[in-house]
Write a protein that binds this ligand. Structure first.
Ligand SMILES: Cc1ncc(COP(=O)(O)O)c(C=O)c1O
Length: 386
């Protein structure tokens, strides 16, 4: 039994306890805390760099601020912040149901799509269950699985950095309750084709929930690509998640949504925190949906800059995975143990995965120039003419 033994140390201002820690789950040690992209302020502190000379391309954020209408909506909604938000998210669900051409009851909101993913993991998991997902992929699939005391089954990506759906299918057994497909995949930017996903879902048992994470859907330009939302309307075990954090530039407000069948949503909401989508977030998201031309411009800018960065990598002989998202995955055999440190010394914050591969977010044209210049310098190449 854990016993608290308080003792008074002369001269100490309060009683201190001996080193008996509160009791938490014994499996917490295996759960690494979520590590976000390093904030600019942290890099400034650690490296003594000028904050104005640092670009952050580590978290797949938009380089632009929220849409103009969203800023106005936030200012108005902010004045009501003494009230709890609308827990049903009525206005945003109405706007999304129109935008997506689905019923109001098919729309589920969350505090970022991360919260939706966590809710699925908690509802589907528990001891004796397993979850299947690709690796490397979005770390919340792994974390959610561990939070839920389920067994993670990580299936390596194929040689093209894409989901190996056949291997994922093979990893499903009687214990499996949830499978995650990330398309485009974070961190590699590769997509699973709609046909391949449909064929995959056809073969997954109906009792297994299939989450299709479309966080970067809006950035996809591959011909023939389409959303899996119709599949979620058709199948009780399919959930498609999306977010306002990326193309809509609202990462800080934490607004995500999913499309699924209403009975599934009702069950999943049992493990969801109340009021997790702020009123500011709901208002900003509704306003953003009303500016399709701003959306189109943001997508076009990303496509242009993504092509420019990919072309530069190709021309420089840098191995990369292509990309259908707002980031690029490339190989970097740098001098440092932590390859992202090498970039930080040039004032560019990127995200490393292991010691060889790096993910860089597509920024604005100046930020991308800074990244390409840092890459050239680190590879000992003469500066390019931009
Ligand atoms: C694939 C993927 N899904 C979901 C998310 C979560 O986004 P949010 O919780 O901000 O909606 C991210 C964030 O980076 C992501 O990369």
């Amino acid at each position: 039994m854990v016993r608290w033994r308080d003792q008074w140390i002369p001269g100490a201002r309060r009683a201190v306890t001996s080193h008996v820690m509160p009791r938490f789950r014994s499996d917490l040690d295996v759960i690494a805390r979520y590590e976000p992209g390093r904030p600019i302020e942290e890099v400034v502190r650690e490296h003594g760099l000028d904050p104005d000379r640092i670009v952050k391309l580590a978290s797949n954020e938009s380089p632009e601020g929220p849409f103009p209408a969203a800023l106005e909506a936030m200012a108005a909604a902010g004045r009501e912040s003494n009230r709890y938000p609308d827990n049903e998210g009525h206005d945003l669900r109405v706007a999304l149901s129109t935008h997506l051409d689905v019923d109001y009851e098919n729309v589920w909101l969350g505090g970022g799509s991360s919260e939706l993913l966590r809710s699925v993991a908690l509802a589907a998991g528990g001891p004796g269950t397993s979850a299947v997902y690709a690796w490397p992929s979005f770390v919340v699939y792994r974390l959610g699985t561990l939070w839920a005391m389920a067994e993670p089954r990580q299936i390596p990506l194929d040689d093209h950095h894409a989901h190996d759906l056949a291997a994922m299918l093979g990893a499903i057994d009687d214990t499996t309750t949830v499978v995650y497909i990330c398309s485009p995949n974070n961190p590699t930017g590769t997509v699973a084709t709609p046909e391949a996903i449909e064929e995959f879902v056809d073969q997954v048992p109906d009792s297994v929930t299939v989450v299709i994470d479309e966080a970067y859907y809006e950035f996809v330009t591959a011909p023939g690509h389409r959303s899996m939302i119709p599949l979620a309307l058709d199948r009780d075990n399919v959930i498609v998640t999306r977010t306002f954090s990326k193309v809509y530039s609202l990462a800080s407000l934490r607004v995500g949504y999913a499309v699924a069948n209403p009975a599934t949503i009702a069950d999943l909401r049992r493990v969801q925190a109340p009021f997790s989508v702020t009123q500011l977030g709901q208002a900003a998201a509704v306003a953003s949906l009303g500016q399709p031309d701003v959306l189109a411009k943001r997508i076009a800018d990303n496509t242009f800059e993504r092509t420019r960065v990919l072309d530069a990598l190709t021309a420089g002989g840098v191995e990369h995975a292509g990309s259908q998202a707002n980031f690029v995955w490339f190989r970097f055999d740098g001098p440092a143990e932590d390859p992202s440190d090498a970039f930080v010394s040039h004032g560019v914050i990127v995200r490393r995965f292991g010691t060889e591969w790096i993910r860089v977010t597509i920024g604005n044209s100046e930020e991308n120039d800074r990244f390409l210049a840092a890459l050239d310098a680190l590879r000992g190449q003469p500066p390019r003419s931009i």
